[in-house]
Design a protein around this ligand. Structure first.
Ligand code: ATP
Ligand code: MG
Length: 247
């Protein structure tokens, strides 16, 4: 499980200090999918990078299966598979070779690497391009390769930052089915998206982030009931625009 308690983060820029996350708290549980929703610049990637130990929080406590991201970074990284847009796979290696390379980096046994590559390429529909150089793949094929790289070590916690960007409808379904299967096998899945329909179909819990503040978080159906909204899109506009009017 993931616990984020009172997470704040600011960045220093030319115009001074910018508060990017302001007192963000939520929990994501095993056997569930948590969706972090919010418009561009809301702070979704910053939150997920903090969970993945790539950013040091200014304040607050973030833990993965009880391991603190600042104190037990290695234990957190072993448990987590993190997909992010800035992975930027490229070059002459094929997807299979890239996956082997990451497996070896993670000290996985060759037989385990092979079994995981076979399994993931079947689940994600990668067989057809597995041995082509990554530089010659389409954006969607590269995205599938990035997904496979991020979860090659079969982590208990899966953190996907916009997993379906660049994917066509068929590939979106492949990834969504994969997320459902991961959840069914007891994994904890957190994903960020601004495709609200996708979140509607996949997420057990959601959090809506806007300008660094979490406007709400909780069980999908309970949130709709609490705010009297019929779907996530309505809830999103209700909270985001209501928030603006109050300022
Ligand atoms: N390393 C950084 N240095 C300075 N500012 C940053 C840095 N990373 C993010 N920001 C700023 O933090 C804010 C939130 O960015 P973040 O990438 O977390 O948003 P997001 O919700 O993921 O948006 P998107 O939907 O566009 O991916 C933005 O204003 C961004 O410019
Ligand atoms: Mg982002």
């Amino acid at each position: 499980m993931i616990s984020v308690q009172r997470l704040s983060k600011s960045f220093k820029g030319r115009k001074g200090v910018k508060q990017v996350l302001d007192d963000v708290s939520f929990e994501a549980f095993d056997g569930e999918v948590f969706g972090l929703l919010g418009p561009n610049g809301a702070g979704k990637t910053t939150t997920l990078r903090s969970i993945a130990t790539l950013l040091q929080p200014d304040s607050g406590k973030v833990s993965v299966d009880g391991f603190d991201v600042t104190k037990d970074g290695r234990a957190v990284r072993n448990r987590i598979g993190f997909l992010t847009g800035d992975m930027k796979l490229a070059g002459n290696l094929s997807s299979r070779e890239m996956l082997r390379f990451y497996g070896e980096l993670n000290h996985m046994e060759p037989s385990h690497i092979k079994a995981r590559i076979d399994r993931l390429s079947a689940d994600l529909g990668m067989e057809e391009f597995l041995d082509r150089p990554i530089s010659k793949l389409s954006a969607g094929m590269t995205q599938k390769t990035s997904i496979a790289v991020s979860i090659l070590h079969d982590p208990q916690v899966i953190v996907f930052d916009e997993p379906t960007s660049n994917l066509d409808v068929l590939a979106v379904k492949v990834v969504a089915d994969f997320i459902r299967e991961s959840k069914a096998s007891g994994k904890c899945v957190v994903l960020s998206t601004h495709v609200l329909g996708e979140a509607e179909r996949l997420c057990d819990r959601v959090g809506i982030l806007h300008q660094g503040k979490l406007l709400c978080s909780g069980k999908h159906d309970e949130l709709l009931e609490r705010y009297g909204q019929k779907n996530l899109e309505d809830l999103f506009f209700h909270l985001v625009f209501q928030g603006r009017e109050e300022k």
